[in-house]
Write a protein that binds this ligand. Structure first.
Ligand code: SF4
Length: 400
């Protein structure tokens, strides 16, 4: 997809904007002064897919903690600053790779410029992080509420302060908890500036609602080419945020697949197994094996292999049997009780040996057995979805 052209900045060794891969961010929930706990969470977030981690810097002790965390972190660290500009200076002294300033609560122009000069001297970028919930009171009064125009005006005002001191290592967010307003704010911002944008739906809440809101807002913009780095703001373990962010980018084709993509049919009257139970068990075991492939779990051999032929590997149920397939081609038949184990075994071999080798090692009789089973099942089940009856009824109505 065409991506919006922006300037590029670097957060530590992670490029943001200017054609760089869209990066995933998350934020720790520990007390920053607790260096051990915070570092453990940073490592967990990196393991779940975070490229950059933000940490609050809300006290002197937190800034001191950052001084110990930053050199030991596996990813660039951004200090989150509200109200106290001196803590931004302290975070810079601690060696952070980026700052996030909230224009809604650091409003003194001289203070902002002092921070920008110091950040420039150290080559550290700043995110102008506008949030609908903490918008400057003057702007709220002027625009009558946290409308997209007010959020963008807040960002532009802050950017001008930074540009006044020749500071342009900027990325911007205009987060809103109302998805349509969030999307409109970013669209307006993208038309106004050429800085890279950090996307997020603020205060999205716990899953599943928080995930749905975040995906609705972030994916809409990414598919329009808008957005250079993302964060899911979930009321959940931040590992879930990082995982969700990474998965979204993989599903949209914006990052290479790092982990499992499990697809499964929704099940219907034709299903020969409990698809939910088998898919859940397969997901657990395949995730633990950490295999970067797309795996399909399909409830019946009648439609399964054909509908999931794009998957790297899959399994479809017959009567008491599981039919393993690779790229839609059936390669083995196993007992129903062994379906998940066989899937895991074949998935490992597929990753180690490749598609050609595993297709060459296929059990030649499996394909014929699957075809025969599909015919027998279709006959045994009859018109499970009553398609023929419905087609007749529709034709009757159409023909009067
Ligand atoms: S027809 Fe088969 S593969 Fe398709 S939803 Fe039903 S059980 Fe699943």
């Amino acid at each position: 997809m065409d991506r919006r052209q922006t300037r590029q900045i670097r957060v530590g060794d992670v490029p943001v904007g200017g054609g760089a891969p869209v990066s995933v961010q998350s934020m720790t929930t520990t007390k920053t002064a607790d260096v051990g706990e915070t570092l453990a969470q940073v490592y967990a977030l990196k393991g779940a897919g975070a490229d950059i981690v933000r940490i609050t810097c809300n006290t002197v002790e937190a800034a001191q903690g950052l001084a110990e965390i930053v050199p030991r972190s596996p990813v660039p660290i951004i200090a989150d600053i509200h109200f106290q500009y001196r803590l931004a200076l302290a975070a810079l002294e601690a060696g952070v790779d980026g700052l996030r300033l909230n224009p809604g609560n650091i409003r003194n122009e001289d203070h902002i410029k002092t921070v920008a000069r110091e950040a420039k001297a150290r080559g550290v970028p700043i995110r102008v992080g506008v949030n609908a919930g903490s918008l400057d009171k003057d702007l709220l009064a002027e625009y009558g509420g946290p409308v997209p125009e007010a959020l963008v005006a807040s960002a532009v005002k802050e950017i001008r302060y930074l540009e006044d001191v020749d500071f342009t290592d900027i990325k911007i967010s205009v987060k809103h908890s109302h998805v349509p307003s969030m999307v409109a704010s970013y669209r307006l911002l993208a038309d106004t500036v050429d800085y890279p944008l950090h996307l997020g739906v603020t205060e999205a809440g716990p899953p599943p609602g928080g995930l749905i809101k975040s995906v609705a807002g972030i994916a809409t913009l990414l598919l329009e080419g808008i957005g250079d780095t993302i964060r899911f703001s979930l009321t959940a373990d931040p590992v879930e945020e990082a995982k969700a962010g990474r998965q979204l980018l993989e599903y949209l084709g914006l990052r290479e697949r790092q982990g499992l993509d499990l697809i499964a049919c929704p099940s219907c009257g034709r299903a020969e197994v409990d698809v939910i139970e088998v898919a859940t068990r397969a997901q657990r075991q395949l995730e633990a094996a950490n295999l970067p492939i797309q795996v399909a779990v399909m409830g019946c051999i009648v439609n399964g292999p054909g509908e999931a032929r794009e998957a790297d590997i899959g399994i479809a149920a017959g009567r008491g049997k599981g039919h393993l397939f690779i790229k839609g081609q059936v390669v083995r038949v196993v007992d129903e009780a062994d379906m998940v184990d066989a899937l895991l075994d074949e998935a490992r071999k597929l990753v180690d040996e490749g598609v050609e080798a595993r297709l060459a090692a296929a059990d030649q009789a499996a394909r014929e057995a699957a075809e025969a089973e599909a015919v027998a099942l279709a006959e045994a089940q009859g018109d499970a979805n009553q398609a023929a009856r419905k087609r007749r009824a529709v034709a009757d109505v159409a023909e009067g």
